[in-house]
Design a protein around this ligand. Structure first.
Ligand code: TYM
Length: 373
């Protein structure tokens, strides 16, 4: 793959992702100041993931907010494919979804695609996936969604409701459309070829369950966008509104280049890592620093390629002045990598300790959240 080239599909993210190019390629809109202002007005504050442009693109977010203003059921939909333990990257869309649920008082539909991960992962058994589902559910609940307004369901279990909707969707999607959107080939198994209809189904689930109009907004990272492109084409044919979407960038792994991914465990912060193990991974991470302290002082570091700085900037350091200072000091050689690593490692320790407490509490709450088939 050439420098600057990338592949972004729901199952593979490779190369250096150029987000401006993706906006054009996927035909989505950049998140602009007008929309940020509307979100700020509704929520009472602008979430760090918006302020620092981790969420960077959308489809018809403004229309979704207008639906809410008009009293339409403005609901949220997001999900998880349980192929392993949850990592920090997965949490990004969920933290943001909670912000939106709090701001708009929205219902949230949360899909666990235990079928998808079986189709795409040659080595995973259904039993292993069921184990990850149980485990991942605790991380999802630990985010703090409102149990009265949040409905979580697994495809393998909630099949009866989902299948009826998926069949209606699938009838309107040709194989050539699916090939163009997802890159399927003759050697793709037929399970995954049908699967996009299952991931589309929750966009129309509230309407089916209530018999009333609803407008869905999907917060997720940009890799999931091909699903929504296909779903949006079908929606009017079934008499429903097109789902809106709001999309984040990928949090990078701790190595040099690439998104955080469970397939590279040393470069991912898993929510099940002990706080000490998490801190240790941070201390071993790739930075934008020079090879020696002397060179760092003379030439300065490069925060633009530094994973540590990117975590501070995107998620962990809320203080705008502080984060700018870190940037400038790094560039001028006034700060060493060890200082930034230690700071972030402490933040990660606190974050994991708190998350794991909430995860333990979540065990007693699973039934409250689940939609059963
Ligand atoms: P999954 O389990 O691969 O990922 C869960 C969510 O995390 C996002 N994501 C990331 N975000 C930021 N940085 C990263 N490094 C990173 N890696 C993953 C994904 O975009 C996703 O939002 N097919 C889906 C499950 C699903 C779904 C949905 C997701 C079903 N319905 C509706 C979003 C919205 C999947 O396997 O996600």
């Amino acid at each position: 793959m050439e420098k600057g080239e990338s592949t972004v599909t729901p199952w593979e993210v490779k190369g250096e992702v150029d987000y401006d190019a993706l906006i054009k390629q996927f035909g989505v809109e950049p998140l602009d100041d007008v929309l940020l202002e509307r979100l700020k007005k509704q929520a009472g504050f602008l979430h760090i993931l918006l302020r620092r442009r981790m969420f960077f693109a959308h489809r018809e977010l403004g229309d979704w907010i207008s639906s809410y203003d008009k009293g339409v059921n403005a609901a949220l939909y997001t999900g998880r494919g349980p192929s392993g333990n949850t990592h920090l990257g997965h949490l990004i869309p969920w933290i943001f979804t909670k912000y939106l649920q709090d701001a708009f008082g929205s219902e949230l539909y949360f899909q666990i695609t235990d079928d998808e991960k079986f189709y795409v992962n040659p080595d995973l058994t259904l039993e292993e996936i069921a184990g990850y589902t149980k485990d991942n559910l605790l991380d999802i609940i630990a985010v703090g969604f409102d149990p009265k307004k949040t409905k979580i369901f697994c495809d393998m279990e909630y099949t009866k409701e989902l299948y009826g909707i998926a069949a209606r969707v699938a009838k309107h999607v040709t194989f050539s459309t699916a090939k163009a959107a997802f890159g399927f080939t003759d050697s793709s198994n037929i399970g995954i070829i049908f699967f996009p209809a299952i991931q589309a189904a929750p966009c129309f689930l509230p309407q089916r369950l209530t018999g009333k109009d609803a407008h869905i907004l999907i917060p997720c990272a940009i890799d999931q966008e091909p699903y929504w492109r296909v779903t949006r084409d079908v929606a009017p044919k079934l008499g429903f509104r097109k789902p809106a979407g709001v999309y984040s960038k990928f949090i990078p792994g701790l190595g040099s280049g690439g998104k955080m991914s469970a397939s590279l465990p040393e470069t991912a912060i898993f929510l099940s890592d002990s706080p000490e193990a998490g801190a240790k991974k941070i201390k071993n991470a790739f930075t934008g620093g020079q090879p020696t302290i002397k060179e760092q002082k003379e030439k300065g570091g490069n925060p633009d390629v530094c994973v540590i700085y990117s975590y501070l900037y995107s998620l962990f350091d809320e203080d705008d002045k502080n984060v700018m200072e870190t940037y400038n000091q790094c560039k001028s050689g006034g700060i060493m990598c060890g200082t930034c690593k230690n700071r972030l490692a402490e933040m990660i320790k606190i974050f994991l300790t708190e998350h794991q407490k909430k995860r333990a509490d979540a065990k007693a709450m699973v039934n409250e959240f689940m939609l059963k088939g």
